[in-house]
Write a new protein. Structure first.
Ligand code: MN3
Length: 237
């Protein structure tokens, strides 16, 4: 009998409504032959949906090759090991005890699964009143938050991510190297992300080449503020 109870990714992504709790699902019981405790989620929109801000080919390669490789390599690394029974978030919370291959690919899987939900082709989305009030309290204004976020994204040397996260009772900006994230016990700034931007060159180089700042500016046109606000609301509950 196959006992597959994995991340329920396809369900979690229905309707563009992402359930972060799916990442917490302790459901990696599986038949060892199945070999897939972690699953590549579908994009909740088409590859070209974010054009002209993020181009079709970048999205296709980014999702189908880069993200898939993180999932495949993570599965290979955990199969048959005691950590195969942990949820992804549990794994990230004790990443200091894990091999680099799990840190890199586990982070890569979580970060990209989150990032696809941060993006949306929908026009006119806005931060909720509650999240906007918190942003105003912690940054002065939405524009100031963006300035600080852009700075973190621009100045992250090499490959990494920029974050807006809830940390110690307030919203803060941080950036991490490679596929690290604020959920990891080794993170300099730990907390719960509500907004993220991938600043690896693979995320923008086809369209923007070395002009990372142009990619960062374009990103704000495709932010899914509904999703961001939902992440904030979950934290405040
Ligand atoms: Mn990437």
């Amino acid at each position: 009998m196959k006992r597959i109870n994995f991340l329920q990714s396809s369900l979690a992504f229905l309707g563009g409504s992402f359930l972060l709790s799916s990442f917490k699902t302790k459901g990696v019981q599986m038949d060892i032959m199945e070999n897939t405790p972690f699953v590549l989620p579908s994009l909740p929109y088409s590859f070209e949906a974010l054009e002209p801000h993020i181009d079709r080919m970048t999205m296709e390669i980014h999702h189908d090759r880069h993200h898939k490789a993180y999932v495949d390599n993570l599965n290979k690394a955990v199969i048959g090991s005691p950590v195969a029974s942990l949820s992804l978030e549990e794994l990230l919370g004790q990443i200091s005890k894990q091999a680099p291959v799990i840190r890199n690919n586990g982070g890569g899987h979580w970060n990209h699964s989150f990032f696809w939900q941060i993006l949306s082709p929908a026009k006119g989305l806005q931060a909720s009143a509650a999240s906007l009030a918190q942003i105003n309290q912690d940054f002065g204004s939405l524009d100031n938050m963006k300035v600080e976020f852009n700075k973190a994204a621009t100045t992250r040397f090499g490959s990494g991510w920029a974050w807006l996260l809830w940390s110690n009772g307030k919203l803060v900006i941080s950036s991490t190297a490679n596929q690290d994230n604020p959920l990891m016990d080794i993170a300099e700034v730990k907390g719960t992300p509500i907004l993220a931007l991938d600043v690896w060159e693979h995320a923008y180089y086809l369209k923007y080449q070395n002009k990372r700042a142009d990619y960062i500016n374009a990103f704000w046109n495709v932010v899914n503020w509904d999703f961001v606000s939902q992440q904030f609301d979950k934290i405040k509950k």
